[in-house]
Design a protein around this ligand. Structure first.
Ligand SMILES: Nc1ncnc2c1ncn2[C@@H]1O[C@H](COP(=O)(O)OP(=O)(O)OP(=O)(O)O)[C@@H](O)[C@H]1O
Length: 372
């Protein structure tokens, strides 16, 4: 199954695959045609967000697995991001991955997590503008010099995640974001919703195995289209595709239809290998070299992160010494969707699974019988 709840971010690629997985097979139970009409009262009113500890300010992100809201602690007035994951195993697995990488440099701090009505709520350090929003704000794609400055930062972040035994598995421009305030030139890596481990319980590298094609098609490595369980090389291949997108370098699969079936993935796979004409993927030497470095790696090989970063060490021309950082540190306000209203939560709950519905009903019945 390669179906997803649709995102309403027009023109943005969608994540495919049904769930995150830390070590188990992907979940196939994450979407349903459940309608909120069957609830006796709208569920948004049931979520208390930490028993009133927070004031909700805005929805700042919406993805396949839930919504992210900007919230203010009523006592301290500090602002946080609360990720509210749809009930189900995907959110639990995301949380498990997040806990493993928590405290790693470049990962927003996970402050607290709790559950309400089966939803996993994660209170995180607030970050700002994502790389794709950054490019939009500039009004142009990055220059190659800018891309080369950014590359080592992305490689460092991916390496930091790998150092915790985790493959990110969904590396793309929207999953990197700048910090806010004094941290506005610092880059963070977000969203462990599809993350998997590459280590066994004894700390050894897993053997090569297969899983459902998982990730965001434009940025997936060629191997991911072949349903090979991700390893470190795949995240780095996605870094190359991320950089190509940010620098406006055309990719031959950019206009291909969204892949739904194995055969579609084969078409992507072929394009990502260079196509039948044997053409190179990218004319920019540095990006092409990094791609080749990824592709010469065997499944279990540790990537040469330093060697990859060295590809981008070069003198930058004075004219393009624009810092790789947002012009406004109030970025987070800019990227708010400004749609924090009951409809957002209603839509969110529409996606609840039959299992969740049952769980909710069970809980309600129990509460009712307790009060009898
Ligand atoms: N800590 C944070 N601070 C500020 N904004 C955040 C934070 N975490 C996530 N976001 C915003 O919310 C968006 C969605 O978050 P995230 O990618 O974690 O959700 P998702 O449901 O897994 O999304 P997708 O389906 O796109 O993978 C991000 O693109 C980002 O804009």
């Amino acid at each position: 199954m390669i179906k997803l709840p649709k995102k309403d971010t027009k023109g943005m690629p969608e994540t495919i695959g049904s769930s995150a997985s830390i070590c188990a097979a992907p979940d196939t139970n994450s979407s349903s045609d459940f309608s909120c009409e069957s609830f006796e009262k709208p569920l948004y009113s049931d979520i208390h967000f930490g028993e009133g500890r927070f004031n909700m300010i805005n929805v700042i992100g919406r993805g396949g697995y839930g919504i992210v809201v900007l919230a203010e602690d009523v006592k301290t007035k500090k602002r946080y991001a609360l990720k509210i994951g749809k009930p189900g195993s995907a959110s639990r697995r995301e949380l498990a991955a997040f806990k493993l990488v928590n405290g790693t440099k470049g990962v927003p701090v996970l402050i607290k997590e709790w559950r309400e009505l089966g939803c996993v709520i994660m209170q995180m350090q607030l970050v700002g503008m994502s790389l794709s929003e950054f490019v939009k704000q500039k009004g142009r794609k990055l220059t190659l010099d800018e891309g080369f400055k950014l590359a080592p930062m992305l490689i460092d972040l991916v390496e930091a995640v790998h150092s915790k035994g985790i493959i990110h598995a969904d590396v793309k421009p929207t999953n990197f974001a700048f910090g806010i305030g004094s941290k506005s030139s610092k880059l963070y890596i977000l969203d462990f919703g599809l993350s998997v481990t590459y280590l066994t319980s004894s700390g050894k590298h897993m053997e090569e195995t297969y899983r459902e094609a998982n990730g965001t098609p434009y940025y997936m490595s060629a191997n991911q289209h072949m349903s090979l369980w991700n390893s470190r090389r795949d995240d780095l291949e996605s870094v190359v595709f991320t950089l190509m997108e940010l620098c406006g370098i055309d990719r031959r699969w950019k206009h291909m239809p969204y892949p739904n079936y194995h055969a579609d993935h084969m078409v992507y796979w072929n394009a990502k290998l260079g196509g039948t004409d044997g053409g190179t993927i990218c004319q920019v030497l540095q990006f092409n070299n990094m791609l080749q470095m990824c592709r010469t790696l065997k499944y279990k090989d540790k990537p040469d992160y330093e060697g990859m970063k060295r590809l981008f060490k070069m003198k930058f021309s004075k004219a393009s010494r624009n810092d790789i950082k947002p012009v406004s540190s109030a970025a987070v306000v800019k990227h708010s969707l400004n749609i924090w209203d009951k409809n957002v939560i209603m839509r969110f709950h529409k996606d609840r699974t039959e299992e969740d519905k049952e769980m909710y009903r069970g809980k309600k019945n129990k509460e009712e019988s307790d009060t009898d």
